[in-house]
Ligand binder design. Structure first.
Ligand SMILES: Cc1cc2nc3c(=O)[nH]c(=O)nc-3n(C[C@H](O)[C@H](O)[C@H](O)COP(=O)(O)OP(=O)(O)OC[C@H]3O[C@@H](n4cnc5c(N)ncnc54)[C@H](O)[C@@H]3O)c2cc1C
Length: 385
């Protein structure tokens, strides 16, 4: 292939969703370029798979309000399972300031049309998550349509459907340069040669900043390691449990396989392309975990089954979506700051709209535009796990 109408760089969940949504809108001459031999080697294959509408900003809530119903009918539409389990996200608060924060978020979410979120009393929490220590909990929020998906399956579903409609996926091909002329981008240089296109989409996950640099664009995205720890099979927590988020420490967990999958955002982590799992993290996470989930004392953890991956962080923890004004034809779908799986359906729709029509009715796209950094129009998301 030596040219395409649209080239998408990166075959993770985001690139795959964009490819699918372009075909939905009738654009078929699309090429996805992936440097690995298999899809999912980037952040997508490392994700916890959580999906939630419980955000603080309108734009993130709206992206979830599109994406979560999409996951629920994914199999009917795409012909491939998403693994969506609407087991909910439960945020529990032990401090008044956290409860105030949850209450504010609740009103914003309901105001935007989220129906399945509720404010809870400690007794309600004990019913939903009987396993957790409850004596210091003063309230919480629960959203029943939040839950988990299988990121690998969603990615594969998007790409298979796109491929059925003519999209090409070029594997083991690295984009090493982006060419431009007076009209804008003109194509990509790869280890297999030059491929021409007037539309190039950066869907390179945590490597998006490096790719943008090849086009002379300074994109403020930093890779940040996140580690996940599974337990061995463990029957002291219901397999129907929601994702439980302890706001006092940030520790959270959900059922996975026959055990649990645990996460905690280590504030001492520093940016960089670190993908090794640090065994010292196990003690750190378990010491936080047992405070909220005392039965964890009985769980076994095998450090060899734990893993690390990269978040792509922006300064305001929102994604960067849409065109780069100074470089016509160069589009960004980056910087999801830990939310790229759950927002992949909305992102695909928004990018397809912006590429093909120059506008979208799904969100206020300029609010996530690249020029917000230069113009100081940052919109802080604080509900980052
Ligand atoms: C531990 C962990 C837990 C997470 N939990 C959640 C969660 O619960 N919910 C959620 O929504 N999100 C979560 N995330 C974030 C989520 O995984 C990401 O936001 C999402 O996977 C991003 O998808 P992507 O397609 O943009 O990136 P990726 O999956 O990283 O895909 C980018 C692809 O681009 C390719 N690439 C890069 N550069 C080039 C190049 N020059 N040429 C060719 N190919 C290139 C890479 O090989 C890669 O396959 C988590 C992330 C981690 C690490």
């Amino acid at each position: 292939m030596n040219s395409a109408d649209v080239i998408i760089v990166g075959g993770g969940i985001v690139g795959s969703s964009i490819a699918y949504h372009l075909t939905e809108a009738g654009c078929r001459n699309v090429l996805v370029i992936e440097r690995e031999a298999h899809q999912g080697k980037g952040s997508t294959g490392k994700s916890m798979g959580g999906v939630r509408a419980q955000f603080t900003t309108s734009v993130n809530i709206l992206m979830s309000l599109f994406s979560i119903p999409f996951f629920s009918r994914f199999e009917d539409v795409i012909g491939h399972p998403s693994g969506y389990k609407p087991q909910g996200y439960l945020f529990v608060a032990t401090e008044e300031r956290h409860l105030d924060y949850l209450r504010d978020n609740y009103h914003r979410q309901v105001g935007l049309g989220l129906k399945s979120v509720s404010l809870l009393q400690p007794d309600d929490i004990a019913r939903i998550a009987p396993e957790i220590r409850n004596d210091d909990i003063i309230g919480g929020n629960f959203c029943a349509t939040d839950g988990f998906v299988d990121p690998h399956s969603v990615m594969t579903g998007f790409m298979s459907k796109a491929a059925e409609r003519g999209v090409e996926l070029l594997r083991e091909t690295e984009v090493t340069g982006i060419r431009a002329d007076a009209r804008g981008v003109s194509g990509v240089e790869t280890n297999r040669g030059f491929i021409g296109s007037r539309v190039i989409v950066n869907a390179a996950g945590p490597w998006a900043g490096l790719l943008a640099k090849r086009a002379g664009v300074d994109l403020p995205i930093e890779p940040l390691r996140r580690m996940l720890v599974p337990t061995e099979p463990f029957d002291k927590v219901s397999q129907k449990s929601p994702m439980v988020v302890d706001m006092s420490t940030g520790f959270h967990y959900r059922p996975e396989g026959l055990g649990l999958l645990m996460a905690w955002n280590d504030p001492s982590e520093t940016p960089g392309f670190k993908t090794n799992f640090d065994p010292a993290f196990i003690e750190k996470i378990l010491s936080r975990g047992v405070q909220r989930l005392p039965v964890l004392k009985e769980a076994e953890v095998n450090p060899r089954r734990a893993w690390a991956g990269l978040y792509a962080m922006t300064p305001d923890h929102h994604s960067v979506l849409g065109p780069v004004p100074d470089l016509p034809g160069f589009f960004l779908a980056n910087g999801f700051s830990g939310h790229g799986v759950m927002h992949s359906p909305a992102t695909g729709r928004i990018l397809a709209d912006l590429i093909l029509k120059g506008a979208t009715d799904l969100i206020d796209a300029p609010s996530l535009g690249f020029d917000r950094f230069a113009k100081g129009r940052l919109i802080e998301e604080t509900a980052v796990l």
